[in-house]
Ligand binder design. Structure first.
Ligand code: FES
Length: 655
């Protein structure tokens, strides 16, 4: 096959590709990650690269591509390899950096300085978060892992006891486990006769026992100590986090997190579904990307934990939103995005790791958390399990997970109502001029002097500013309003006496950082259009909360605890979030950051069959409220498009 080479700088990685392939795809083949929030549609402009040598062909003409070309930039997704070898530089602003991934022992991101850690602790009162790394991963459930070794000494076969080997084994196992429904696969049955005689009918059986059914996974001769580890994975649309667990001790051995490699197919689940469904080999690509992401995390963990081998990991638990679960298992996600938005499955079969290509023991069973609906998935069920909201003695609580979507659960004990509002990925930086994810160099906190309008800011890892992450956007919105730079409707006050206020290419904008102080040599601004986008996002979340309360006839005051979950949630400044009308005006003490509750729930379920049973129960009793039915949500949404709201009586404590 005729190929061309593409060399990506600054990494210097070279890849051979066929002519006709776009540079975004070529970068993916070279394992180089470029930002692609629109999934290669040519509409977001975030995949801009510099072609240093060679000539690429434009896929199609567009205003955006023409504007970038004037600055010497090309959209990677719209530039096709043609006749020539290419050398392509990826500017920092387009490169996918390291995420601030929320794992408990590095909760403020990789490489975070002590000074910044202390600063964030003080500013955002995150002290509770750090207690969590010492918390019991079982959260009160008994240690009873989904996979365990059982040692048996069976009566030896004789002329007097001439039962077949299988019956002998099943009877012994029933006595030991009290389980009546036991399945032994053919592959093990074929070797059973030999295995049990190696050490005179003494054997060790690896068993997965769920809901009264036991599946034999392995049979080994003798009663040797067998290592037993499991992996719990939170498959987020943006980030993926893996926990390596010692199933014998019920402890977390290590954690690792990274961004989801599916990001090159788009930031949000819809872009990924479109790619999976519309592109040739699309489904294979998005499925393989998440498998590769997880395998990389597993390898990272095993490199750090040298005494543990792939084959020692005998079971895996995953929790992700409904689309992620479908893509992970290779199930067609097409109908999730088409009205009436029905997923192929909410409950998923247990599969073997080798069927998915997951690099642990090939026979390790892989469990997926059940979902509730197309847009309320296993991550929310897992988070709800973690909060114990479904327990009989629970008080009325609200769980909010603001990520690429805003999902929430309200309830206590037997009743749980849930919904998902399409807040859009604005809080993850998408659709915002200088929006970016929580990575090195992202502005995440700022102050604006009300007299001079001068801006001071803090960035992740103290890097030179590259853009603004979700937390910074909320902070910024609150400060813009507090200093009168925008009015309650988000309109810029263009008459203010500061050069920071100006009219940009798309309308009024406010300069947060001058080009000379940035890493990208461009002024970092927030525009009126950005503010409108953020108002829509915060309005959708608040309207979702109000709709759930209306459905059950409750007021804000009925809520005892608000659990704020997710990577974004952990860095959120609650007073700012209330001030802009994103979260209800409740006492700060009622808010509880629970970190990556999806991953924590997954750990609990892996370590305790009782917790896994509870997860099934929680999923079964959640009532899903479809917000597009009726006018209730839309009415609430429109009222929420002001700062903090059109009805100020809902925010009595906001100035
Ligand atoms: Fe290329 Fe969005 S414009 S990925």
């Amino acid at each position: 096959m005729d190929t061309r080479s593409v060399t990506f700088l600054p990494a210097g990685v070279k890849v051979a590709v066929e002519p006709g392939i776009d540079l975004l795809t070529a970068a993916g083949k070279a394992n180089i990650e470029i930002k692609a929030p629109c999934g290669g549609d040519g509409t977001c402009g975030k995949c801009a690269v510099i072609i240093k040598s060679g000539k690429a062909k434009a896929r199609r003409e567009s205003y955006l591509a023409t504007r970038l070309a004037e600055k010497g930039l090309n959209l990677a997704c719209q530039s096709l390899v043609e006749d020539e070898d290419l050398v392509v530089e990826i500017p920092k602003i387009s490169a996918m950096g390291k995420h601030q991934v929320l794992v408990e022992n590095v909760a403020l991101g990789e490489g975070v300085s002590d000074a910044l850690r202390e600063y964030l602790l003080n500013v955002w009162q995150l002290k509770d978060l750090f207690k969590q790394k010492h918390e019991d991963p079982l959260h009160g459930y008994p240690l009873n892992p989904l996979c365990r070794w059982v040692q048996l000494t069976m009566p030896a076969a004789s002329l007097q006891d001439n039962r077949d080997d299988l019956s002998r084994l099943v009877l012994s196992l029933r006595k030991e486990t009290k389980c009546t429904d036991i399945n032994i696969p053919l592959s093990l049955l074929r070797k059973l006769g030999d295995t049990i005689r190696v050490e005179n009918f003494k054997i060790s059986i690896l068993l997965s026992e769920v809901g009264g059914k036991a599946e034999v996974i392995a049979i080994e001769p003798g009663h040797r100590h067998q290592p037993l580890y499991g992996i719990a994975v939170d498959i987020g649309t943006t980030t993926v986090v893996a926990y390596l667990l010692d199933l014998r001790k019920g402890t977390i051995v290590d954690t690792a997190g990274t961004h989801n490699r599916q990001a090159r197919f788009g930031d949000d689940v819809i872009s990924r579904i479109v790619y999976a469904v519309d592109e040739p080999d699309g489904m294979k690509d998005v499925h393989q990307s998440i498998i590769d992401t997880i395998n990389t995390l597993i390898q990272d963990l095993l490199v750090k934990q040298r005494k543990i081998n792939e084959a020692d990991i005998r079971v895996m638990m995953t929790a992700g939103n409904t689309t992620m679960a479908h893509l992970f298992l290779g199930i067609n996600p097409q109908y999730i995005r088409l009205e009436p938005y029905i997923p192929t499955a909410n409950f998923f079969p247990v599969v073997k790791a080798q069927e998915l290509g997951i690099r642990v023991h090939p026979d390790a069973p892989v469990f997926c958390f059940p979902a509730v609906a197309s847009y309320v998935g296993g991550d929310i069920v897992s988070g709800t399990l973690f909060t114990a909201m479904g327990k009989a003695d629970a008080q009325v609580s609200l769980l909010i997970d603001i990520g690429t979507n805003g999902e929430m659960v309200l309830g206590a004990g037997d009743w749980l109502v849930t919904c998902s509002c399409s807040a859009g990925p604005a809080f993850e930086g998408s659709g915002i001029t200088f929006g970016m994810r929580a990575m090195h160099g992202a502005i995440e906190h700022m102050q604006i002097n009300p007299e001079t309008y001068e801006v001071s800011y803090a960035t992740i890892n103290n890097g030179r500013p590259l853009g603004i992450c979700g937390t910074g956007l909320i902070d910024g919105l609150a400060k813009l309003r507090r200093t009168g730079i925008i009015d309650r409707a988000g309109k810029f006050q263009t008459h203010l006496p500061t050069p920071r206020m100006r009219i940009g290419e798309v309308g009024p904008e406010f300069v947060l950082v001058w080009a000379a102080d940035t890493e990208i040599d461009r002024d970092i601004v927030i525009s009126e259009a950005d503010v409108k986008n953020l108002l829509r996002a915060k309005g959708a979340v608040f309207a979702g909360i109000r709709t759930l309360l209306n459905v059950v006839g409750f007021e804000f005051g009925s809520i005892e605890t608000v659990y704020v979950a997710g990577g974004f949630g952990n860095y959120l400044n609650i007073p700012d979030a209330i001030a802009i009308g994103l979260l209800p005006d409740l006492p700060v003490e009622k808010y509880k950051f629970i970190g990556n509750s999806s991953a924590k729930g997954a750990c609990m379920a892996l370590l305790s069959a009782e917790a896994w049973a509870e997860a099934q129960d929680v999923a079964g009793k959640m009532t899903y409220i479809e917000l597009s039915v009726g006018n209730m949500f839309m009415d609430e949404f429109i009222s929420s498009l002001f700062i903090p709201h059109t009805d100020l009586t809902l925010f009595p404590n906001v100035d």
